[in-house]
Design a protein around this ligand. Structure first.
Ligand SMILES: [Ca+2]
Ligand SMILES: [Ca+2]
Length: 167
């Protein structure tokens, strides 16, 4: 899946799911890896919160940024915890089963590429990434890729997308 900067990512399972322990513990791990190379994996689970059953759908688990956003220009790997977790972690289990045994959800990874939302780069708001946006950035640098610094990496994102229309 490729998308602009998402405000949340919702996983939908085949059947109802539940956390082993109710609470704010994350039953899904979130890792961030470099776009392209897929290397330098970092566990960023602590940057996110979980919302179980958004929209009252028992099959859904929503991952919402807490302190940080889904960082643009990174690939995110979401992994439901299906084996005995560490301290403070909780398994993601199937719910409403016809057996008394607890069964973890199927173990699989979900990959999400987070791209820059071009609308972020269109600082002038004329629906194009253009030279005006370079000028505006130079006057008021913005941090597009969410690394905490407004620097030449962010300026380069405008340069890389010059001439692109904004939806
Ligand atoms: Ca513009
Ligand atoms: Ca930046």
């Amino acid at each position: 899946m490729k998308t602009g900067t998402p405000t949340s990512i919702t996983l939908q399972f085949y059947g109802p799911v539940k956390q082993q322990i109710d609470g704010d513990d994350m039953p899904v791990k979130v890792y961030r890896v470099d776009f392209g190379t897929g290397s330098n994996e970092v566990d960023v689970t602590n940057n996110f919160d979980v919302v179980m059953h958004p929209g009252d759908d028992p099959r859904k688990v929503k991952i919402v940024p807490d302190t940080k956003q889904f960082r643009p220009k990174y690939r995110h790997r979401l992994v439901p915890i299906t084996t005995i977790p560490g301290i403070g972690e909780t398994l993601l289990l199937c719910d409403d089963l016809l057996t008394a045994n607890e069964v973890p959800v199927e173990g699989r990874d979900y990959w999400v590429d987070v791209d820059i939302a071009l609308s972020m780069l269109d600082m002038g708001g004329n629906s194009w990434v253009d030279a005006l946006d370079l000028v505006l950035w130079a006057n008021t640098p913005e941090d597009f890729n969410g690394d905490g610094n407004a620097d030449t990496q962010d300026l380069q994102l405008i340069v890389d997308n010059l001439g692109q229309p904004v939806d």
